[in-house]
Design a protein around this ligand. Sequence first.
Ligand code: ADP
Length: 407
Amino acid sequence: MQDTELLRSIHSIWINRTTLTFARAPNVREDFRNQLDHFFDMLEQALDTGDSGWLDPLLENWATSLTETDLEGKHSNLLALLREIETISTQTAREMLTSEQALELVCSLIPHFSYCYEKAAFAEMNVRVSHVTTQLEETRQSLERLDRSKSDFIAVAAHELKTPLTLVEGYAAMLKDVSSSRSLTPYESSLLDGISTGTRRLKGIIDDMIDVSLLDNNLLSLNFQPVWINRLLNVIQHEVQPHIQDRKQNLVINRFPGDDLLTFGDPERLLQVIRNVITNAVKYTPDGGTITIDGRQLPGFTEIIVSDTGIGIAAEDQVLIFDKFARLGNSDLHSSSKTKFKGGGPGLGLHIARGIVESHGGAIWVESPGFDEKDCPGSTFHILIPARSEPPDEKLARLLAPLTQAH
Ligand code: ADP
């Protein structure tokens, strides 16, 4: 007997067994039986012509009809199905044919089943890849929506908070004026100071929130003006000195070649960057520690280097800290404060600093041997600012030409 005849002779038993094995529920049995019939026909064609390709459309169809649950599982359901079909074929052949006929049929079927495995694995892999790609795209879109609504919320909340805060600030200032005409008790003065400090801090946080939403929406506009790095550092030194004294720290500002060269940038925004980095250095360095500001001139850039003798930053966090709302798991932070040791903040300072520096065409990064609150390995922040001999805006360049030519 020919192979195809041998195969046909086991057809009805093979179909019944396979259907009962896979489709126990009567309502799906009929449909499954039809599918198996089709598989059987194609297998017969393959056996007859020696071309396993007859099975392709069916295998692809089976792969694409895998359900979501099938695709989420680790194991290949299609391969398991084919393996079971092959086992039932071998068993049925052994039971219904002579040993010789069974051996002949099984040997002829082996290359076709091998082909089916290969084809099914490939088709299933393609379906799984496109399923995962769709899932990834959906996740990306929902994350994008979430990020947008977070950023919208920040913008709205910040603007809504600003109005009443300005009122509180105004009334507090008026109260101070009124009370200056009478002598206040120390307790009354401390209450007034408390209101001023609180509103100042709240204003700082709201301004940061507004900056984050400007950066998120690419709306941060820079006001390019002549800038001298040494002058910016002088301003900052003056600003942070009280906090440095408070914390019994040392602030060392080293002059470096080129720190007095004129460049163009937004001085207020650059001050904000340096202020955020130095305030962090004060905050994350124990009392008595040292903060050093150094720098150097590189081709096309000025590099400002701020190092501290503080608690340091773990390698895995050195990129994360520039993300918004970055609060590191290892930092056991205290109440919100600008300069107290490890005083927690909202985690926006470095994100804003990076946004400003990058808007200038520069870069900011940190280096640290790691996080260690006992040994305090310290951190070093690098701020790279492009050296510009003229502002990017042509009109402003013409206006300021006499100044730039003088240098
Ligand atoms: P925060 O408002 O929390 O200070 P930042 O964006 O300024 O937000 O800083 C993010 C995080 O980076 C901080 O919470 C802190 O864990 C870490 N960090 C920043 N600067 C330093 C530093 N000089 N030393 C150690 N850790 C730092």
